[in-house]
Design a protein around this ligand. Sequence first.
Ligand SMILES: Nc1ncnc2c1ncn2[C@@H]1O[C@H](COP(=O)(O)OP(=O)(O)OP(=O)(O)O)[C@@H](O)[C@H]1O
Length: 237
Amino acid sequence: MIEFNNVSKVYKEVKALDDVSFTVEPGSVTGFLGPNGAGKSTAMRILAGLSRPTSGSATVLGRPYGQLDRPAYRVGTLLDAGAQHPGRTGREILTLGAIVLGLPRSRVDDILDLVGLTARQGRQTVGGYSLGMRQRLGIGHALLGRPEALILDEPANGLDPHGIQWMRGLLRDLAGSGCSVLLSSHLLHEVEQVADRIVMIGRGRVLAQGTVGELSGSRGLEQAFLDLTANSGRSTT
Ligand SMILES: Nc1ncnc2c1ncn2[C@@H]1O[C@H](COP(=O)(O)OP(=O)(O)OP(=O)(O)O)[C@@H](O)[C@H]1O
């Protein structure tokens, strides 16, 4: 279970999150949608213990991330696929993660296989990876410890159609085994296909939440998004 309870986050001049509340049930995928600057990454960073809310609380598996026992086994995160060191190989990054978690090296091969990176790609440095390959590696890293909850910030960015189809199957399988999945994306068609529920935010506020069917109705998710967020873009000037 993932829970946001009245979470607000204020930076100096910006209210990035304003009284955000929603839950992600075990065994389900929730699509987290909103225009650029809506507050999605801020919310996910708070959930992953990388930033503190100004007020309210965000919990994963019943506790704030920072209070979980052995969190890397229980919560998988992919917040920035570009964050890995470009001079390390994919295999080295997964091996380091496996060592930290006390997992056998065989887990690295299993994960490379799971995310569709070949042995040769595993030996390449990440600096030479395409964005889609980095996403696959990042998803693999998040899955090393067989987590019960997954926090994925735009994991489908850069994936080709095969990759997107693969990720859809993977997330549905994980949800099928009881995982709570929170997924942000701008790929509305993709979210429509993979998510059970949608939370839509704009300018830090929850604009709507419900099942995909409830939000889309007959107009489809893209039109629902455009209607609901019509006045919710943040000024970039
Ligand atoms: N460290 C920070 N300091 C000041 N303002 C910040 C900081 N991080 C985010 N913000 C602001 O908070 C708001 C929400 O940003 P956030 O990155 O959470 O949006 P987002 O929904 O993830 O956007 P995108 O879809 O473009 O990734 C924006 O106005 C952003 O400028």
